[in-house]
Design a binder for this molecule. Sequence first.
Ligand code: ADP
Ligand code: ZN
Length: 434
Amino acid sequence: MNNYYQQDIETMPVEKIKALQSERLVKQVKHVYDNVPYYRDLMIKKGVTPNDIHGIEDLHKLPFLSKADLRDAYPTGLLAKPLSDCVRIQSTSGTTGRRVVAFYTQHDIDLWEDCCARAIVAAGGTREDVCQVSYGYGLFTGGPGLNGGSHKVGCLTLPMSSGNTDRQIQFMMDLKATILCCTPSYAAYIGETLKEKGYKPEDNTLKAGIFGAEPWTEEMRRDIEKSLGIKAYDIYGLTETSGPGVAFECCEQSGMHINEDHFIAEIIDPDTGEVLPEGSKGELVFTSLTKEAFPLLRYRTRDICVLSREKCSCGRTFIKMSKPMGRSDDMLIIRGVNVFPSQIETVLLNEGYPPNYQILIDRENNTDTFDINVELSSEMFSDTVKDITNREKSLSGAIKTMLGINPKVHLVAPKTIERSEGKAVRVIDKRKLH
Ligand code: ADP
Ligand code: ZN
């Protein structure tokens, strides 16, 4: 069963895709050079002008953009259109100081929603389907992206947002949802809750799920497929490139096709920036070819993966990316929220604690656990048990204000966190994700 949303594009011969990318790249570089002084300066520093870019073979001449550039240019320094042409923003999962704000024209939203529609159709979606969107709505790209894609396909869309699992299940049952879109951990949780309520997998009408925004394993896929009685498809994206739908899985469920008419993907060595040949493992870099308002060129995602252009039985010719296998920076994704250890360190210092801490993450019942051991200073160590319990509560509150999610803080005696001879081991991540 081969379903396409935009067949001509999705099955275009590779040579034609490359020609289209070249043509779009030349135009996009000029658009960015003319309208984004921040990137123009980077190009000038690298000694390259739009006249040097004749096609995708010249892509490597362009400078990279990183999250640090987004921070420097926050909030509008990378905008390539007047604000009056923009109709919406979206933003990354609330992390102070690291927040990314992406801008969209109506045209940008339209193309983004096409990408999400391709993912829904690849998972078997048609206008007969009832699509339950249980990603968060609001600044997060998950809800709005899949919502738009579902409309484009013509599905009856249930804009549930995340949370309130009893209500999710009631609507799923009463309105006979056939496609579920949410994070894989939420899908697993819905599956468990259905079981607890005494439902069997065949009691629901779901046939497929489109799950992404966080790392998940093949084991988790099998568990979810079994507990919900569906086929589970992966979807990938990031706010910087518009959101989910940059890449999506087809019926083969073996890697995600990248929407190459809108994005050029490269794999680089994260240490040297050197472009690596196809099939190598390295950092994924995206150039957006069609975005008007927030067109990032050579954006370093920090996601580590492999690209492959083997023939796919679905008929799509777009290159495939493997599941991300990790990150080349220290960003953690805990319960769907981006967390940098440095943010926790900032809170500790602000609250008067020594910067000796260890973050422990695990996954129980498909939900991330998030514990932080923090050393007391010797003055604090004389506090009573009651004082310490209060301290733990207040520190956990301060961290929640910074990150948006609640850790369990454990205050420990001075000098009890093991010192390392090299880099401090700040994070112990026991989730088996790769
Ligand atoms: P999103 O709105 O997609 O969560 P963010 O910008 O907050 O966007 O986070 C993007 C990051 O989420 C990606 O760089 C990647 O690390 C992770 N991510 C998104 N989709 C997936 C996926 N399907 N598998 C693994 N990681 C993913
Ligand atoms: Zn395929």
